[in-house]
Design a protein around this ligand. Sequence first.
Ligand code: FAD
Ligand code: UDP
Length: 400
Amino acid sequence: LVQEAAETNLRSISPISRKPAKMRSKRRAYDFLIVGAGFAGAVLAERLANKGKHNVLVCDRRSHIAGNAYDFYNEHGVLVHKYGPHIFHTNSEMIFDYLSRFTAWRPYEHRVLADVEGKLLPIPINRTTLNGLYGLDLKDDDAAAQYLASKAEPMDRVRTSKDVVIAQVGLDLYRTFFEGYTRKQWGLDPSQLDKAVTARIPTRTNTDDRYFQDTFQAMPKEGYTKMFENMLDSDRIDIRLNTDFRDVRDEFPGTHIIFTGPIDEFFNYQYGRLPYRCLRFEHTTYDQRRILPVGVVNFPSEEIPYTRVTEFKHITGQVHPKTSVCHEYACSAGDPYYPIPRPENQELYNQYALLARSRSDVTFVGRLASYRYYNMDQVVGQALSTFKRFAARDTADHSS
Ligand code: FAD
Ligand code: UDP
């Protein structure tokens, strides 16, 4: 009850207030055909329509807008993220200000606990983690730093996701928190993955247990989908859902394409398939107010088949007598979710990128099209920069 009282009251957001995105499609002349209504596609559609005064058609093969950030009220009225937890965080004031045009925010600092044989410990590893795991009494940053230094195995060249962790915290903490989780999540040993993957998770000597330390950490007050509806609400933007690019590509010859799907798919896999990691999300609603102590609990043990469990009400702040959780299972077949950062995949992507550069009729933007492990704010930043390039070209065209 105390926890419930502390939550921001979002009762005012009823499922009824969530109108479906407009589905206009007047077959008028379009200046741009945007494939994908996720962050990359929606930001570009918004900028091109409202600032560039261009007519834009957005198509998405899914039945909804917002891409992987899509959220909705389930049959019990609980707001859930269909494709797993999406926590907004950024250090860029410019990106935060831009998105603030389309949403109010609910301040939210994400916290994650790792379940180590039933013990719940903060991840990223901090002083509380060390004391809790090993029964230590490290009293300050210096003591924790000394402890970690005594375990760390510094190396000349940090190359892989295994190296990064072992160089910072040593083998035991690596095995406890990273080895199993990473094997499950990526289907690869950390030694086979680029260092950038586990380098996303810092190590701390203080007791800060926030997952992120970014300047701006907040959730769209009425959810992501509502924010996307506001972004796409323009007379110059038409949207066609349940529509694959293949179904419309011949309808608009000469229209510039912005493609935000997998780049290898666009080029018919002519150099072979880029590997992506897939996920399965298992959503369950319980007839109780709370299940987890924090928004996400990670399960590093390989004996447990899922990687993490999310309880959405922590993240959305919704007050509701029921609660919904999502178990995430990683798999090798299905929709692509994560580009897999390792050198051979980057080389294959580089071949596609070269091909992309030879095509003046299409622009590739977003996580799947760039084959980069981008967070939402990075995709927004990439889309805004892409718009600036289009705008500069428009200006040059008009002045010549
Ligand atoms: P997407 O959101 O994937 O949108 C691309 C769209 O294109 C899709 O809707 C797809 O259906 C459509 N499409 C593709 N091909 C075609 C085609 N041929 N025809 C028609 N439509 C097509 N980021 C964070 O910042 N914080 C988080 O907490 C976070 N959590 C995440 C959790 C998970 C499980 C995942 C998978 C990602 C997470 N991310 C998070 C990353 C975030 O989802 C992405 O950065 C962001 O959604 C990428 O936006 P996008 O527009 O590039 O791609
Ligand atoms: N990771 C891990 N254990 C954890 C958390 C993360 O091994 O408890 C590793 C894992 O390889 C993961 C990567 O660090 O894929 C990045 O974690 P993050 O939480 O950023 O992943 P995402 O939210 O993008 O799935």
